[in-house]
Ligand binder design. Structure first.
Ligand code: GLN
Length: 303
């Protein structure tokens, strides 16, 4: 298989899907992005990178950051986080409030907003700078020291964060936050506002395709921890569309409302796609179509 040709074919095949869906506008700064962008990158386990389309354009990674925050917390703090967050699919939108009260302030999983806020809270306790820790991991795994928080996106989200603030206050009322709500929200919006390209994200996600080994050969996670993160990505990484994502793509994946998705082919490669038009559950329409095409044509799926 010629990977470069394949990615170019896929970029051609999804052209008709570009512009479909809605660009996220509840974070006003995200609505300024061109909905016709599309990029795809594959980073293999041994460090080769293949790309097509707008794969070098930086975009807002949003909820994709939740995977990296969780990986750091597991690496620094072991399994204790699972006392504060479940790992079941929620079947509800990523910013839903509804289960949190009936389940006593323990979020359904680390990839919905409530769960990610708890993970970021723990990372803040452990490092003093949660967004800085996620940014550091991204820079080290990619070798790109230019990766940074986009302050316009962070400010835009912080100014419109009543929903996440209510989740955080409810968590605090249940004793499930260690830090002040304002500090946790500030860290959370900054980690979500990291700007990265498909190439950066595919490289940064490679440890999940390498049994937890980092680019420099040191270990971030044990093979078992890596397996578990991938499992939670498969069941919860695309929210209330995780079943449809598994059906179409058949890989662990994590989406963000900036239109990016990362997916993992264990032992082979990490894939990143980006196109800003989102479907009803907040996943990139063309991005899911491209990943569907990729796994259908390569046969590289976990099923
Ligand atoms: N920062 C966004 C939010 O909290 C992330 C959501 C997402 O990407 N699904 O709403």
């Amino acid at each position: 298989m010629n990977m470069q040709n394949l990615l170019e074919d896929i970029a051609g095949a999804v052209q008709s899907q570009l512009g479909q869906g809605q660009v996220a506008d509840y974070i006003p700064q995200l609505a300024t992005v061109d909905p016709y962008c599309f990029g795809i990158s594959v980073a293999t386990r041994d460090g080769e990178v293949y790309s097509a389309g707008d794969a070098r354009t930086a975009f807002s990674i949003q909820s994709i950051s939740k995977v990296f925050a969780l990986a750091l917390v597991l690496a620094l703090d072991g399994e204790d986080i699972w006392k504060r967050v479940f790992r079941e699919p929620s079947g509800n939108p990523f910013n839903s409030l509804i289960q949190l009260e009936s389940e006593g302030g323990i979020p359904r999983n680390p990839f919905i907003n409530a769960g990610a806020i708890v993970v970021t809270d723990r990372l803040l306790s452990m490092t003093g700078d949660a967004a800085g820790a996620v940014r550091g991991l991204m820079r080290e795994e990619t070798g790109n020291a230019g990766i940074d928080v986009d302050p316009r996106v962070a400010g835009s989200e912080l100014g419109n964060s009543h929903r996440n603030a209510s989740l955080a206050h409810f968590l605090a009322s249940c004793g499930n936050l260690e830090n002040p709500v304002e500090d946790v929200l500030d860290s959370y919006v900054k980690q979500c506002a990291l700007a990265m390209s498909c190439e950066d994200l595919a490289l940064a996600t490679r440890f999940l395709a390498s049994n937890g080994l980092r680019t420099d050969g040191t270990r971030l996670l044990s093979p078992a921890q890596t397996k578990r993160i991938n499992a939670v990505m498969l069941t919860c990484g695309t929210y209330d569309a995780a079943g449809e994502f598994a059906y179409r793509v058949g890989l662990p994946g994590k989406s963000g409302v900036g239109g990016g998705i990362v997916a993992v082919v264990p032992d082979k490669c990490a894939i990143s796609v980006w196109s800003p038009g989102l479907g009803r559950s907040g996943n990139s329409v063309a991005g899911v179509a491209a990943l569907d095409e990729f796994t259908t044509r390569t046969g590289w799926s976990v099923f």
